[in-house]
Design a protein around this ligand. Structure first.
Ligand code: T1G
Length: 698
């Protein structure tokens, strides 16, 4: 392995250039290279200053996350930072692109920091379930003050150069080649006999009400540990001498690194990237994607059209009539107004998108030149087949025909066309221009370049795209149906929907299953139960108490009444007093004597049902890898990121304990709790889901 840190003396200034593509992560070789280069500079009497600069697109993106979980390798980053800071030479960091995590910590251990105007700095360790572990919690607040330092570290956000200059994180902004800019600054400092400025020698940050800050961070963190730990580390910076504060930081960092939450979040970090890297697509060229057709301008269609417009594509949206077309345009403009308000687009971009890029029509002939069409009409197979037949007739050769169906058989839809290899499923989640998840449903005959084009579309839309096979509900909705049923079974057996919702939000879900049902619309579950009724197995327990509410026309938030009552426009969660009686009536019909459930049992059953069905989804090849299921649940179903996803959670619990519980539950209900074969095989072999992820490769 060649040394990733080059050393070049320019008069009295030594340039240390890090070359570790793609983002100059601080691997062991980089750390060692920096340490040796500092030794070399200090051994040369002619050298008065050192410039540290990154090659390529970034200064340094942080510690090398691939090293986490492996035995630590010297030199460790905190010691390297202290070593750099202690140098008798002037040390200058010349920053460009991103300087994140350990990268900013290296820069903070320098004596001066200069940056390009478009450079960004940050300490995003909180997104990995960690805190800055190389002095960041001690040095940053010495420059920014405690409150600002806590805000930067608990948000994990990136700070633009101008703001960083304002806060004192950097000393100067200069446009130019980062190495030249760094050299010029170093020369200026040497010539002016500028003093060494060790940040660690600055006074600690001001005191504050640390317990209030701590509980504030904890309450916002929804169960994640690192924000609270960050506050305690900054408190140490304020109350202890630097060395002791550093030791406190190290202890807090080590505790987080050894905990499950950082394992879950690092799993999420790597797999949200890996999930779209399908080996079978290597070398496959996607088709052109300049103009997109959308069929249907309801919430989903308008959201998809918005996502395409924001991805700088031409959009032709088809509706059934002038009034519907006008309403669809209104929805899209409303979505874009939101993007305008959030600063994602400028006014002139808004005008260009709505006046030039978007065409809303009622004649399918307008689609004759689009590269790909996404159908987002009513979830009815006959309607979809009719639409695809018309698309097949008007779209150009090579145009891709995609359905946004959330559960219907894409093979059957494809069969309604003469171009089955050009048909695919693109399952967006509402609102389609906001939700990150896109399930790419690959049908039997779908061509590989159509799959590649769909992943290219997902990337252009900024989505986390996951490959799914064809089955009822694909990956996410199929698993949702099962863990939702587990919750319904617990209601019939005695747990209240409100206790279940609370137990699961305490576990880390954004919302519990009954609040989600109210949000999505109780009519959806009602229609699904009616649709599946003909195929229902005799042993299947299907609660029907909520259907009584649907028969009265109460569908949740959209009608103001569901499991909860919603004052006009409120999202208040006031339990609906009708529900307990409906449950009691069904329990009486089924001669069930309700029993108590602990929150722990509720979470355990809910998670075991999710893991069991997820294992079946992997076993059947509907999902390519266990990590793909994890990404679906994280990005489409509000699963807590710091748990990494249901199958990562199961690995961390121990698959043998999960299987043991499922087998115990199966004694009550053998049909619902039939253990997944894959789960039994993994336990028998002493393997886990991550072993399957590694075997499937990137
Ligand atoms: N370590 C290892 N690999 C990394 C990496 C890192 N820190 N950052 C990115 N990569 C890989 C990534 O997996 C992908 O690989 C490729 O680089 C391009 O990334 C002690 C403990 C820097 C803003 O959390 O936020 O320092 O998929 O696709 O969209 O206190 O990557 O190509 O094989 O994301 O242009 C703190 C994490 C670490 C920054 C670039 N730092 N990275 O985004 O490209 S912990 C971070 C990012 C730490 C110290 C603590 C982004 C990016 P592949 P990409 P991008």
């Amino acid at each position: 392995m060649s040394n990733p840190v080059s050393y070049n003396a320019h008069g009295p200034v030594a340039v240390l250039r890090i070359q570790n593509p793609p983002v100059n992560a601080l691997s062991q070789a980089v750390r060692q290279g920096l340490s040796e280069a500092m030794d070399r500079a200090e051994a040369d009497a002619d050298i008065k200053a050192v410039v540290i600069v990154g090659d390529g697109r970034a200064f340094i993106a942080g510690a090398d996350i691939t090293e986490f979980g492996k035995p630590p390798m010297e030199p460790n980053l905190p010691d390297l930072c202290s070593r750099i800071e202690a140098s008798p030479l002037l040390v200058i960091a010349s920053m460009h692109g991103v300087s994140l995590g350990g990268g900013l910590e290296v820069a903070l251990s320098a004596h001066y920091r200069i940056a390009q105007p478009d450079a960004r700095v940050g300490l995003p360790e909180v997104h990995l379930g960690l805190l800055p572990g190389a002095g960041g919690t001690q040095r940053l607040p010495r420059l920014t003050g405690a409150a600002k330092g806590i805000e930067i570290m608990t948000s994990g956000g990136q700070v633009k150069a101008a703001a960083a200059l304002e806060m004192g994180i950097i000393d100067k902004i200069e446009t130019g080649d980062p190495q030249e800019v760094g050299l010029a600054y170093a020369t200026e400092l040497v010539n002016s006999a500028a003093p060494r400025r060790a940040v660690s020698e600055l006074a600690g940050p001001e005191a504050m009400d640390w317990d209030a800050a701590y509980s504030g961070a904890v309450s916002k963190a929804r169960g994640q540990n690192s924000p609270g730990a960050i506050v305690r580390a900054v408190q140490a910076a304020s109350e202890l001498p630097f060395a002791q504060g550093l030791a406190r930081e190290r202890a807090l960092f080590t505790e987080l690194l050894q905990g499950d939450q950082s394992k879950g979040m690092i799993h999420a970090f790597f797999n949200e990237r890996a999930v779209s890297n399908l080996p079978e697509l290597k070398g496959v060229t996607p088709r052109a994607l300049n103009a997109i057709g959308v069929i249907g301008g309801g919430t989903m269609g308008a959201g998809i059209a918005t996502a395409a417009l924001l991805a700088k594509m031409q959009v032709v949206l088809i509706e059934t009539g002038e009034a519907q077309a006008s309403a669809a345009r209104g929805r899209i403009e409303g979505n874009l107004q939101g993007a305008l308000k959030r600063g994602k687009i400028s006014q002139e971009q808004y005008d260009a998108l709505t006046q030039d890029a978007l065409v809303v029509a009622i004649d399918y002939a307008s689609l004759s030149d689009v590269d790909l069409v996404i159908e987002a009409v009513f979830e009815n197979m006959d309607v979809k087949k009719e639409v695809f037949g018309k698309l097949d007739a008007v779209c150009k050769q090579g145009a891709i025909l995609a359905s946004n169906t959330s559960y219907l058989d894409v093979d059957e839809i494809a069969a309604a066309t003469s171009r089955r290899s050009d048909v695919i499923g693109l399952h967006f989640f509402s609102p389609a221009h906001v939700m990150k998840l896109l399930e790419i449903v690959v049908a039997d005959k779908t061509a590989l370049d159509v799959v590649a084009t769909s992943f290219a579309l997902g990337k252009a839309f900024g989505k986390i795209s996951v490959r799914a096979g064809v089955c009822d509900g694909f990956i996410g909705n199929r698993i949702l149906a099962v863990y939702r049923t587990a919750a319904d079974h617990m209601v019939l057996d005695g747990a209240s929907p409100y206790q279940i919702d609370r137990a699961l939000t305490d576990f880390g879900f954004a919302m519990g299953p009954f609040a989600v049902a109210d949000l999505a619309g109780l009519d959806i579950g009602w229609m699904t139960r009616k649709r599946k009724a003909p195929d229902r197995h005799a042993d299947e327990r299907v609660p029907t108490y909520i259907d009584k509410l649907c028969e009265e026309g109460h569908f949740g938030q959209k009608t103001g009444e569901g499991y909860y009552l919603y004052e006009k426009g409120q999202r208040a969660s006031v339990p609906n007093p009708k529900i307990p009686a409906l449950i009691a009536a069904e329990q009486a019909d089924l001669r069930i004597t309700p029993r108590d459930f602990s929150d722990e049992e509720i979470v355990r059953r809910y998670m075991c049902a999710m893991v069991n069905e997820a294992a079946k989804v992997v076993e059947e090849g509907i999902a390519r890898r266990p990590a793909d299921v994890d990404m679906v649940l994280l990005f489409g179903y509000g699963f807590p990121r710091y748990r990494g996803g249901p199958l990562k959670w199961a690995d961390l619990q121990g698959l043998d304990t999960v299987l043991a519980d499922i087998e115990r539950y199966a004694q009550e209900d053998a049909w619902f709790w039939k253990p997944a074969t894959l789960l039994k095989t993994l336990v028998a072999d002493g393997r886990n889901f991550d072993d399957l992820n590694r075997a499937a490769g990137k």
